[in-house]
Design a binder for this molecule. Structure first.
Ligand SMILES: Nc1ncnc2c1ncn2[C@@H]1O[C@H](COP(=O)(O)OP(=O)(O)O)[C@@H](O)[C@H]1O
Ligand SMILES: [Mg+2]
Length: 236
C-alpha cells in the first residue's frame, strides 16, 4: 500500500476551445494520505465539482496525472474508470440520489448487484445491506421507500450504499447541503465514525462549520488551490 491514496500532479481540465476555452482546473497539485478527512471549499465556479468528478473517476483531466491508490487512472477508458469506481469509491451527493421506487434495502443492495468484480449472491448482498443500514441507525427502516424517510434518513441510506462495497475512499459533495442543522450533525457524526474506522473522506462544502469537521481544508479559486490547511479567513 502506498502512503498516498490520492496524488494529483499539474492537473488541468479545459472546457471548450480557442478563445472560448475555460480552465476549470488550471494546474492543481495535491496529495491525500490514507485515512485523511479533507474538506474542499471555494466560491461557486472555482472548480470544486470538476475536481470531484475527476477524483471520482466520472471524468478525465485534460492533462496531468491522477494516481489513485498507486495506479495512474488519468487516461483510463470509460469502462476501466467504471471498474475503478466500483472498487475504490463511494459517493454521497447533496440530493441523496436514491432510486425512488426502491426500498432502502434495495437501494443499498444496488452496488453489489452491479459489482462485476465480485459475484455476490442475493442472500449475501441482503445481509451486507442490512448490516450497512444498521451501522447508520436505520435497521428499523429497511423496507421504507425514500419518500417515507426524512432528508437525514435518506442521506443515511445513501451513506450505507456508499459503504457497502467497502471502498477506501468516500467522496461527499455538499452532503449536508439539503439538510436541517440537526440532521447535518447526525450525518457529520457518521462521517466521523467512518473516518475513525480508517476510511478516507474528501468532502466539498461551502459551510465553514461543516468544513471544521475535517482535519484539513483545501481552498480552490479560479481552478487553483489557493490554500491547503485551514481556510478560516477566506470566508465569503
Ligand atoms: N461541462 C462544462 N462545460 C463548460 N464549462 C464548464 C463545464 N463544467 C464546468 N464548467 C466551467 O468550469 C468552471 C468550474 O466549474 P465547477 O467545477 O462546476 O465549479 P464549482 O463546483 O466550484 O462551482 C466554471 O467556470 C464553469 O462554468
Ligand atoms: Mg459545484
Amino acid at each position: 500500500m502506498t502512503e498516498s491514496l490520492i496524488e494529483i500532479r499539474d492537473m488541468t481540465k479545459v472546457y471548450g476551445e480557442d478563445e472560448g476555452a475555460v480552465y476549470a482546473l488550471a494546474g492543481v497539485d495535491a496529495e491525500v494520505k490514507h485515512g485523511e478527512f479533507v474538506a474542499i471549499m471555494g466560491p461557486s465556479g472555482s472548480g470544486k465539482s470538476t475536481l470531484m468528478n475527476i477524483l471520482g473517476c466520472l471524468d478525465r483531466p485534460s492533462s496531468g496525472a491522477y494516481v489513485l491508490d498507486g495506479r495512474d487512472v488519468s487516461q483510463l477508458t470509460k469502462n476501466e474508470l467504471a471498474e475503478v469506481r466500483n472498487q475504490k469509491l463511494g459517493f454521497i451527493f447533496q440530493s441523496f440520489n436514491l432510486l425512488p421506487r426502491l426500498s432502502a434495502l434495495t437501494n443499498v443492495m444496488m452496488p453489489m448487484l452491479y459489482n462485476p468484480l465480485e459475484d455476490i449472491g442475493d442472500e449475501e448482498a441482503e445481509a451486507r445491506a442490512i448490516a450497512a443500514l444498521e451501522s447508520v441507525g436505520l435497521g428499523s427502516r429497511l423496507h421504507h421507500h425514500p419518500n417515507q424517510l426524512s432528508g437525514g434518513q435518506q442521506q443515511r441510506v445513501a451513506i450505507a450504499r456508499a459503504l457497502v462495497n467497502h471502498p477506501p475512499l468516500i467522496l461527499a459533495d455538499e452532503p449536508t447541503g439539503n439538510l436541517d442543522s440537526k440532521s447535518s450533525v447526525e450525518i457529520m457524526g457518521i462521517l466521523h465514525q467512518l473516518h475513525h474506522q480508517g476510511v478516507t473522506i474528501v468532502m466539498v462544502t461551502h459551510e465553514h462549520d461543516i468544513a471544521a469537521h475535517a482535519q484539513r481544508t483545501i481552498c480552490v479559486r479560479d481552478g487553483k488551490i489557493v490554500n491547503d490547511g485551514h481556510c478560516a479567513d477566506s470566508r465569503q
